[in-house]
Design a protein around this ligand. Structure first.
Ligand code: FE2
Length: 229
C-alpha cells in the first residue's frame, strides 16, 4: 500500500471513530503504571512488568468490559463495590473483576527500591498488636505466600474487629469478596503469586521473589490504606 493510501485510510479511521459514540463496554479502564516499567529493577524486571500490566491486567479489563452487555448492573457499581457483591455475578465477572481490582492495588503498593518509606506509627502499633513485630508479620506473610498452592494472592488485611491478619486467596479472588471460604477484611497489601508475576526472572523460585519483593513495598500507600479504613 502506498504511503498516501495508508494516510488516507488512517484519516478515515480517525473520522469514523470520531463520529461513533464510545461503546458502552468502555466503562472499566486500565490504569497506567504509576512508574516506568523498569522502575522496579532489579527486583522485578521491565519485561515482566510490561507484560504483566499491559497484557495480563489489560486482558482482565477487556474481559470485564465484555461482560457488561450480559450484566448491565455492572455499570452501576464502582470496581471496589463490585468486589463486595461478586457472589451475585457469573464467574467470568468474579475472575476478571477480581483481576482488575487486585492488579490495580498491586501497582500502587509497590515502588522503586528505597522510595517506599516505612510503616506509620499507627500502622506499626497495629502490626505489633497483631503479630508482635514487623519481622514476625513478614515471616508469616512469606510463609503464606510461598505456601499458597497454585495461582493466587497473599494479603495483609484489616479485619472488621480492627485486628490485622494474613490470608491468601485463589485465582483472582480477594478479601473484599462476599464468597464462602474467604477471610474477609480490608486489603492493606496484596502480593501477586501467579507465575506470570515472577517466572521470567525467578522461574520456580517463588520464595526468592517474595523475599526480594519486600524491598519494593510502598509503605506510604499501605499507611494511606490503613488510615482510610
Ligand atoms: Fe498478575
Amino acid at each position: 500500500m502506498a504511503r498516501s493510501q495508508l494516510l488516507s485510510l488512517l484519516a478515515s479511521l480517525v473520522l469514523l471513530l470520531g463520529w461513533c459514540p464510545l461503546p458502552a463496554w468502555a466503562d472499566f479502564a486500565l490504569p497506567p503504571l504509576p512508574y516506568a516499567s523498569e522502575a522496579l529493577e532489579p527486583v522485578i524486571d521491565a519485561t515482566t512488568m510490561s507484560i504483566h500490566h499491559d497484557r495480563h491486567h489489560g486482558a482482565y479489563v477487556a474481559n470485564l468490559n465484555a461482560q457488561i452487555a450480559a450484566n448491565p448492573g455492572l455499570t452501576e457499581l464502582s470496581l471496589e463495590a463490585l468486589q463486595g457483591q461478586i457472589a451475585d455475578f457469573p464467574v467470568a465477572v468474579r475472575n476478571n473483576g477480581g483481576g482488575h481490582w487486585n492488579h490495580s492495588q498491586f501497582w500502587t503498593v509497590m515502588g522503586p527500591v528505597g522510595q517506599g518509606g516505612k510503616p506509620s506509627t499507627q500502622l506499626l502499633k497495629a502490626i505489633n498488636a497483631s503479630f508482635g513485630s514487623l519481622e514476625s508479620l513478614q515471616t508469616e506473610f512469606n510463609k503464606t505466600a510461598a505456601g499458597h498452592f497454585g495461582s493466587g494472592w497473599a494479603w495483609l488485611i484489616r479485619k472488621p474487629d480492627g485486628t490485622l491478619a494474613i490470608t491468601s486467596t485463589a485465582n483472582q479472588d480477594n478479601p473484599l469478596m462476599n464468597l464462602e471460604g474467604i477471610e474477609r477484611g480490608t486489603p492493606l497489601l496484596g502480593l501477586d503469586v501467579w507465575e506470570h508475576a515472577y517466572y521470567l526472572k525467578y522461574q520456580n523460585r517463588r520464595p526468592d521473589y517474595i523475599a526480594a519483593w519486600w524491598d519494593l513495598v510502598n509503605w506510604n500507600e499501605v499507611n494511606r490504606r490503613f488510615a482510610a479504613v
